[in-house]
Design a protein around this ligand. Structure first.
Ligand code: NAD
Length: 340
């Protein structure tokens, strides 16, 4: 069993912990929090040993009825690999901790590529992660772009991508983010950081990205256009998506035309936390005019990077050296088949 520690038990960390628990080849040896909170109670409920960054807070946890297993350093001593899911910027500061403990580490997309010197996407560069000590799973938006661009590039070749990310303002539980009533250019300059971030995984793809933030919490929506190297067909794109383990197809017949209805659909499917782990490509939007492909895809920011993190753990530990095998095992263990 691969012993996994999760440093930062928040939106991403709690999902990674549950996903690890479902896998047959890995186990959660501990999670960490900085102060007592609702999520700390959930960690207790799930029986994850809870470690804390600052031991002077131990009494506050114990007063709240939350037992403390020890310090983050002690958690690191007990693991093979740590998933850093602390807020963006804090993860980079933790690198020295991980080096001192001599453990492998995975960061999330809020950190820069340089934190690990290697950025990961299951369907693009699994093999390059094998045996590595450090990796960064790219952000939710970049993960969604990587999946669809890789799929189309391997069939037709991609000459150029233009993509606009219409981003959620904050996560559903995040009461401090906005906007409440605005469309915010994020940034006003072009390109947004997503294009260069994608190139940290797929360096040969030419891409220009733009991004806006809107007052919603559920998902991001991407408007994607690709110039193909060879003419394609809509039917073939649909066929390729239908066979892909990390890209779902929002069928026209569902009548779904929004993130709200898609979220409701995923909730009705009984997915934990109504998580959409796959890209949600809208079938009705897929349009191909010879070498010009356009589509809309919904990306659930809290979910898509979770399954990638599980694959990244296996690749770095070298226990499964085939991407398809790991992706299939991750999906199967979560009881997950992409929406069709
Ligand atoms: P979050 O704020 O929901 O959770 C972070 C957790 O880390 C909190 O529980 C906090 O208590 C804990 N923490 C803070 N400082 C700590 C420290 N020094 N040591 C240990 N724990 C500490 O954040 P999140 O949204 O889960 O984001 C985590 C990472 O994942 C970031 O890099 C972010 O950019 C990335 N990410 C987030 C999303 C998203 O939509 N939320 C999507 C993709 C990637």
């Amino acid at each position: 069993m691969i012993r996994v520690a999760i440093n930062g038990y928040g939106t991403i960390g709690k999902r990674v912990a549950d996903a690890v628990t479902c896998q047959p080849d890995m186990t959660v040896i501990g999670v960490s929090k900085t102060k007592p909170s609702a999520e700390a109670y959930i960690a207790k409920e799930r029986e994850f040993p809870l470690y804390i960054a600052d031991l002077s807070k131990k009494e506050a946890f114990e007063r709240a009825g939350i037992p403390v297993a020890g310090s983050v350093e002690e958690m690191l001593a007990a693991c093979d690999i740590v998933v850093d899911a602390t807020p963006g910027g804090i993860g980079a500061k933790n690198r020295a901790l991980y080096e001192r403990a001599g453990v492998k580490a995975i960061w999330q997309g809020g950190e820069d590529h340089e934190v690990a010197g290697f950025s990961f996407s299951s369907s693009c560069n699994y093999n390059d992660a094998i045996g590595r000590d450090y990796a960064r799973v790219v952000s939710c938006n970049t993960t969604g772009l990587c999946r669809i661009i890789r799929l189309v590039d391997s069939e037709y070749g991609v000459k150029k991508v233009r993509a606009t990310m219409i981003r959620r303002g904050g996560d559903p539980g995040d009461i401090k983010r906005g906007p409440i009533d605005a469309i915010v250019l994020n940034p006003v300059t072009i390109p947004s950081h997503h294009g260069p971030d994608l190139q940290s995984v797929l360096p040969d793809i030419r891409i220009t990205t733009t991004a806006l933030i809107v007052p919603t919490t559920m998902m991001h929506m991407h408007v994607v256009q690709m110039d193909l190297k060879r003419p394609g067909t809509r039917e073939r794109i649909i066929e390729l998506i239908s066979k892909n383990p990390r890209i779902g197809l929002v069928r026209r017949e569902t009548g779904i035309t929004s993130t709200a209805e898609l979220k409701e659909y995923v909730m009705d499917l009984g997915r934990p936390r109504s998580d959409l782990w796959e890209n949600g490509v809208f079938e009705g939007s897929i349009s191909v005019d010879e070498d010009d492909l356009c589509l809309f895809q919904a990306i659930h920011q809290e979910a898509d990077v979770v399954v990638e993190t599980i694959d990244c753990i296996r690749a770095m530990m070298g226990t499964i050296t085939d991407a398809e095998e790991s992706i299939a095992l991750t999906n199967h263990s979560l009881g997950f088949t992409p929406i069709r």
